[in-house]
Design a protein around this ligand. Sequence first.
Ligand SMILES: *Cc1c(COP(=O)(O)O)cnc(C)c1O
Length: 390
Amino acid sequence: MNNQFAQWDEKLIPFYKRFPVAIVEAKDHTLTDIDGKKYIDFTAGISVVNIGHCNKTVNDAIKAQLNTISHISNIYYIPQQAELSELISQKAFDGKSFFCNSGGEANEAAVKISRYIGNKINSTKNKLLSLNGSFHGRTIATITLTGQDKYKHGFEPLMPRIDIVEYNNIASLESKFDDDVAAIFVEAVQAEGGIRPLSEEFVAAIKKLAKKHNSLVVIDEVQTGIGRTGKNFGYQYYDIQPDIITLAKGLGNGFPVGAIHVKPSVAEQLPARLHASTFGGNYVAMAAGIAVLNLLDDKLLAYVNKISAYIVEKLTDLQKSKPVISEIRARGLLIGVDLDGVNVGDVLLALLERGIAALSAGTNTLRLVPPFTIGEAEVDKLIEGLAEVL
Ligand SMILES: *Cc1c(COP(=O)(O)O)cnc(C)c1O
C-alpha cells in the first residue's frame, strides 16, 4: 500500500478531501493506481473523459498539433477555432463561439454577456436568475449563481442582483421573473445537484417568461453536453432554443477546453474587446475539441442510450432486493441512484476497495458517469459490487 499521501498533503492546499488513491494510468474505462491496482471507471474524471481515457484519435490529434504549433494568441487568426465552432453549430444551433479553458470561465463569460446586453436595453435590466440545487462553477459570480449554500459560505459579499428560483417550481419562477431579468441560467439536468432533470412544464414556463420579458436563456451544458445525456446536448430533450450554451468538461476529453456558443442575434450585439482569454482557443485545445466532436456521432449516441438502458435495468433489478435504493434517475450516461439511510461516501470507499470508482451528487445520490466505452461486463461488476456493499 502506498503511504506517500501524508507527504503529498504537506505540499498542497487542502481544498480537496481525496480518496486515498493515486490513479496514474488509464485506458478507455480502466484505471490503474500507483500500486498497480485496477479499477473500473464510473467517473470519467467527473464527466470529462466521455470518449474514453487515452483515446487514440484524440491523443494523436493533440500530439500532431503539439509538434506544429501549440500557442500563439488571439491577436492572430486561429483557423481551427472556426472549425470547432462549426462543429458545435452542427450539433447544437447556428451560432458563434468564444473559447476559454473551463466551465466556470464559460459561465463567467455568459454572465458578462447577459449583463452587457441587459444593461444596453436599460440600466435596471441586469438581474440574473438561477435555480436552487444548481451548480455553475467556483468563481465569485458562478458561486452566486450556484443554488447551493455550501459553495458560498465565507465568501460574502457575493454578486448582487442574482435571484434563486425553486427548481421545477413554476410559481416561484413566475414570482421572480420580471423585465429586470437579463438572463436565466439553468442546467437541463442538475448534475452536481443530484441528477435532477428539469420538467417539461418548467422549461416551457422558462421559454414563455423569457420571451415575455425579453430575457436570455443560458443553458449550462458543461456536464450535460458532449453526448453525456444520450443526445449531443441536454437541452435537446426539451422544446427550447437557448440563446447561449456553455460548454467545458467533455469538450476536450481531458484536455482543458471551455466554450460559449451564442445565437447570431446575441453575437451581433457583442463588440471587439468586450472579453478575452490568453489561453482560450489555443491550437492544442482546438485539436482536442475537433477530434472529440468528430467522434461524437449518432452511432456513439445510440450506444450511450443502449448501455444506459442496460444499467437502469440492472439497477432496477438490484433495487428489488436492496430497498435502500429509493430512486434511480438516468438520462443517457448521467445516472443518479438515491440511497436512503446510508452514507454515500462510505459506499464510494467500499466500492473503491472492490475496484470500482464512482461519484456522489447532491446529498445522498450515487452518481454514475462512465466513459462511453463502458460495456455490459463492467456494468455487471458494478452491480455485483453494489449488491455486496449495500
Ligand atoms: C463542472 C461544472 C462547472 C464548472 O466547471 P469547471 O471547469 O470546474 O470550472 C459548471 N457547470 C456545471 C454544470 C458543471 O458540472
